[in-house]
Design a protein around this ligand. Structure first.
Ligand code: HEM
Length: 541
């Protein structure tokens, strides 16, 4: 017995020495978090699980090559990179070696099936080809822009006016309004179906809520330190996995209903506008109902929360940067008084720079992973083994001094121009490598909705800013939550909206004259003081 106790003590001591030496070595290298035999970095991972963005970013800053590797118990090795050359290699040069892979498609498979967002190879490329017709300049101009114009003029702006007119001191969540708006737009474009979510007096439709739940739980699966945990929960249909299953059922049933209605409509001839949406294209190509359902769900997922997240962060950043807001207004006003047309939007380069700058700091897709099909070596010398998870990390990249310079932490739209844009001159955006700024991904799988997204965001930012001033209720910096698509924790809360009853705006439906924004900016200090005194005023036109 004594011999056994002595033997166990020696074994334990040796174990501690081994663990301590490995941990110190890892700390010295700084390209890996502390890692131990067998369990890898699971302890540090678990400790930082709720602040992974910051943890990865800190480690990447310390890494000489801006790449780190993380080993986790029973999980494949993860390589995370913020190095633009590595990103180009993964997304373009050796694209075929970095598919999404089964581990990724397993995470999202229950919700997205074989849709474009969750497939590789032929299944992916055939959907991409078919969908590309929806995103041509012609389709954007003739179909999508009209949907957008209608949604902004007849819903978004009136909703904001009525919130402004409401004198009860109620707060509104601008992020929620933008999410509902984006959901309407993407459903009209993808399904040719109008969920009419912007009626704030009604609860959000079940489909929207089910999408939110399913997307959030799918995203959380990826942050479990051990994959087996969520798989077991799914097997026994308990906890979050049970809610996930129910939410997915709601999404599938609702979308299938819309598909059947559309089929019926197409069978009986429908009018031309019924045939321009993505769903009609997929049905016309002869895909079966399940494949069509998966395809359109992917598009809704990809298009719904991304633009609203980017705009929410931009509106918040503008509330902190009066000078930038003024320049956007200048650009919008230079387009004349007839509202913004499709061609005007294409010329709004200062607003585009502001959107890029907001997404550099707060990317709607914070990270994205592939899985190596074969062994490889990244340009910075990192060895990749078959099966490794390889993650490029837009959030960290936007915060690297090596990539963006010492002023990376400043919101500075001028960094997107070669020369400082001046009033009256037409600023020209400089060309920035999409591997340095992979916010829309890059290479063959670059976001197919990128142009549509910019069009939508410029239109909304231009029209909203020229009518309303946005002053968030909370003065503390908001918290960025990544999930599948990122959002602002708690939303962007605005207080009572006030509007000038003399503003003349057809979208409002009665006579009104807009307040000069420059004057409103001058009175911001007073506004803030009034707001804190009354605890409500935060948003005015
Ligand atoms: C600010 C807005 C947007 C951002 C930042 C963004 C970003 C991205 C990113 C990072 C990906 C790659 C994701 C991955 O492969 O895992 C992606 C793919 C995709 N995006 Fe977007 N997106 C935006 C808006 C949109 C919109 C409005 C649509 C239109 C419906 C859209 C449709 C898609 C589709 C279909 C894919 C999959 C492309 C493929 O795999 O070939 N996106 N997007």
């Amino acid at each position: 017995m004594e011999i056994l106790t002595a033997f166990l003590s020696i074994l334990l001591t040796l174990g501690f020495i081994l663990i301590f030496s490995c941990s110190t070595k890892a700390l010295k290298q700084q390209t890996k978090p502390p890692s131990y035999p067998l369990i890898g970095s699971i302890l540090s991972f678990n400790k930082n699980r709720h602040r992974l963005l910051q943890w990865y970013t800190d480690l990447l800053r310390l890494s000489p090559s801006q790449t780190i590797t993380i080993d986790l118990l029973l999980n494949r090795r993860t390589i995370i990179t913020a190095n633009p050359e590595n990103v180009e290699h993964i997304l373009k040069t050796n694209f075929c070696n970095f598919p999404k892979g089964k581990p990724f498609t397993d995470l999202l498979g229950d919700l997205l099936g074989g849709g474009i967002f969750n497939s590789d190879g032929e299944l992916w490329s055939s959907q991409r080809k078919l969908a590309s017709h929806e995103f041509t300049m012609r389709s954007l101009r003739e179909f999508t822009f009209e949907i957008l114009r209608e949604e902004v003029e007849t819903r978004l702006i009136p909703v904001l006016y009525s919130a402004a007119d409401y004198c009860g001191g109620r707060t509104v969540d601008f992020q929620e309004i933008l999410k509902r708006f984006a959901f309407d737009v993407v459903c009209k474009v993808s399904l040719g179906w109008d969920p009419d979510c912007l009626d704030l007096t009604r609860p959000v439709p079940d489909l929207v809520e089910a999408f939110d739940v399913a997307a959030a739980i799918s995203a959380r699966r990826a942050t479990e330190p051990v994959n087996a945990v969520w798989k077991l929960k799914r097997f026994f249909n308990v906890g979050s996995e049970r809610r996930h299953r129910e939410a997915i059922r709601t999404v599938h049933v609702s979308v299938s209903k819309i598909i059947r209605a559309k089929k019926k409509c197409l069978d009986i001839g429908g009018d031309v506008s019924d045939k321009q949406d993505l769903l009609s294209r997929f049905l016309a190509a002869g895909h079966d109902e399940e494949a069509v359902r998966d395809s359109v769900i992917s598009f809704i997922m990809a298009g719904r929360d991304t633009t609203s997240a980017a705009m929410t962060w931009l509106f918040w950043l503008l509330s902190e940067n009066d000078d930038v807001e003024k320049k956007i207004l200048e650009e919008v006003r230079n387009k004349g008084s007839l509202g913004l047309g499709f061609e005007d939007l294409r010329e709004m380069s200062y607003t585009k720079a502001c959107l890029c700058e907001a997404m550099r700091l707060y990317p709607p897709v914070a990270w994205d992973s592939k899985h190596a099909a074969n062994d490889d070596v990244l340009p910075d010398g990192t060895h990749v083994k078959k099966g490794d998870k390889v993650t490029y990390f837009p959030y960290g990249m936007g915060r690297m001094e090596k990539v963006w310079g010492q002023d990376w932490d400043q919101f500075k739209p001028t960094r997107w121009f070669d020369e400082e844009p001046n009033y009256g001159t037409k600023p020209v955006l400089k060309s920035v490598s999409s591997f340095k700024f992979p916010v829309f991904q890059a290479g063959p799988r670059v976001c197919i909705g990128k142009e549509m997204a910019f069009m939508q965001m410029k239109y909304v930012v231009g029209l909203v800013l020229s009518r309303f001033e946005i002053i968030p209720l909370c003065k503390n910096p908001p918290v960025f939550v990544p999930l599948l698509t990122a959002h602002m924790a708690g939303g962007l809360k605005l207080g009572q909206l006030t509007s000038d009853p003399s503003a003349d705006d057809p979208a409002r439906g009665n006579k009104h004259v807009r307040n000069p924004i420059s004057a409103s900016s001058r009175s911001r200090q007073h506004q803030l003081a009034t707001r804190s005194a009354q605890g409500q005023l935060a948003f005015r036109s």
